[in-house]
Design a binder for this molecule. Structure first.
Ligand code: BDR
Ligand code: CA
Length: 327
């Protein structure tokens, strides 16, 4: 909430098991006013993302939130899905029914522009996917930044990557788009792998959600069970059902910013071909180095980089939110 009013939020996603967890949270949190959802190729192809997104919103009890189809491939790279993580349908192969409605009859960039400019209060934009739609929006309609409060994106890493040793999937999938995002000229928070991987719901809580009679709550449990926190664990291990919140943590950071510790740091995306492509180079040095002394200081965007997270606080926040009945 800001000044007692819910925060207007738009999510750009590639649903995606953990994007689905993020949607369930956003729909049910009383401090979030989810105004639209836009879809982009990432974890699976964009038509699969649209289908999964509509299905989750119906199951969550929010069938009227507008959804639009966006880019079907990155700006320059070929599309490279993550089905090995997210299942053949991109959302855990849970056997969910096809959605009853269709997406909006406008593309994602058009819907983003319309909803951002129509919002009575500045919007918080939350991309949890490759940043192709957002880069296209910023280049096509730069005027939208006047009604964007901030962008909280899941992507990047100050430390180790996942798609490569140094690059996180969403940034690696479309590095040029991520570079456009960083120079948007609005406040940006990076919810990267450094915090993303840490917020894990214990197995006992996941089992409780899965046993719920309420369909949205049960779906949250089934999705979490598809995100094993400890890939090496044995079937009789009590940690077996534990599941990471993933993208949903970025929504927790919107609803409850105090659970995330950020540092304002220069961040640059490596666009060079080769082993660093897609890396978010986060400058954590306490003082300038030889490069700046000899060649001068380069202008770089400053980003609030999430470096620590109150895990218990976000797990509690997630559970209390998804166990609320839909309003
Ligand atoms: C990110 O990539 C996707 O697999 C997840 O949904 C998340 O957005 C993690 O690197
Ligand atoms: Ca995602």
């Amino acid at each position: 909430m800001t000044n007692g009013q819910p925060i207007p939020v738009i999510i750009d996603c590639d649903t995606g098991v953990d994007d689905a967890l993020a949607l369930l949270f956003a729909v049910r949190h009383p401090g979030i006013d989810l105004r639209a959802v836009t879809c982009v190729a990432g974890n699976t192809d964009v038509d699969g993302v649209v289908r999964n997104t509509l299905t989750v919103l119906e199951r969550a009890g929010a069938p009227d939130v507008p959804v639009a189809r966006g880019a079907e491939r990155p700006l320059i790279e070929a599309p490279r899905s993550a089905r090995h993580v997210h299942g053949h349908d991109g959302m855990g192969d849970l056997g969910l029914p096809a959605p009853r409605r269709s997406p909006a009859d406008v593309d994602a960039v058009t819907l983003l522009r319309r909803e951002i400019l129509a919002s009575p209060r500045p919007v918080t934009l939350v991309p949890t996917a490759p940043l192709t739609n957002i880069a296209l929006l910023l280049r096509t309609h730069p005027e939208v930044t006047r009604n964007i409060e901030r962008i909280v994106f899941m992507g990047g890493a100050a430390g180790a990557g996942n798609a490569t040793p140094v690059a996180e999937f969403n940034v690696w999938h479309d590095p040029e788009a991520a570079a456009v995002l960083l120079t948007a000229g609005v406040p940006i928070t990076m919810y990267g792998l450094d915090v993303f991987t840490r917020v894990v719901v214990p197995g006992a809580e996941v089992r409780r959600l899965r046993a719920s009679a309420e369909p949205g709550t049960r779906l949250a449990g089934d999705l979490l069970a598809h995100r094993p926190a400890h890939p090496g664990s044995r079937p009789d291990d009590p940690a077996e059902d534990a599941g990471g919140l993933g993208d949903a943590g970025a929504l927790c950071a919107v609803a409850d910013p105090r659970g995330l510790t950020t540092h304002r740091l220069p961040v640059e995306v490596s666009l060079a071909p080769g082993p660093t492509r897609g890396q978010t180079v986060v400058d954590r040095r306490p003082r300038v180095g030889e490069s700046e002394l000899h060649e001068g200081v380069r202008e770089q965007p400053l980003v609030e980089v999430g470096l620590d997270v109150d895990v218990e606080r976000y797990v509690r926040l997630y559970l209390t939110t998804v166990e609320r009945p839909s309003v």
